[in-house]
Write a protein that binds this ligand. Sequence first.
Ligand code: FES
Length: 206
Amino acid sequence: MPTDTTPDDPHDEIEIERRRVAKVLAAVGGVGAVSAFSVSALAGLSESGKIEEPDPLFVEGIRLVDADGNPLTASDAIPQNEELEPLTVYPEEEGGGAITEDRAAVLLVRFPQDSYREPTNLDGTVDGYAAYSKVCTHLGCAVNGTEGTQLYCQCHGSAFDPLQGAEVTGGPASSPLPQLPIGVTDDEDGQLLLATGPFEGPVGPE
Ligand code: FES
């Protein structure tokens, strides 16, 4: 008679997952050389033993909207010129509206398409638009300022270059703002901007 193996306690679930991964590793002959950390990483577990949440905010196909939930058309969300005029946008909530959590905020920028350089993911840009997390990777303030063509955090002065993958160009931050890959979808109102995947790095301070 089959027994119910569904764990009631999340710690039991974690233990079962650890054993499952260890079994797989043993099957390929590498378990002896693999540390506990590696097992955790492969199982999607953090070192503290918690199951890491996938980012639920952006997945392929989620439309970008303004704070009022209005979709953004590629033709006119931001004028195309050499200036930096970032627009704060959000993922669209199911059924309409915007998810305006701090960690969901995105800086949408637009430059001539051939202005972008590595390490920008060019496949994640469209029609001159690129998108980056608005959460500063230093201590988590909102990146609200600009300085020339740089995005600037007024808390402690970190600067990020949106033409080069939002790499750090000044201040105490040590990591770039993660890029959000974007594309467009055809709609009766025009070509609407959407995410083509999740953020390409961790949001906020590491
Ligand atoms: Fe942005 Fe410190 S939080 S520079």
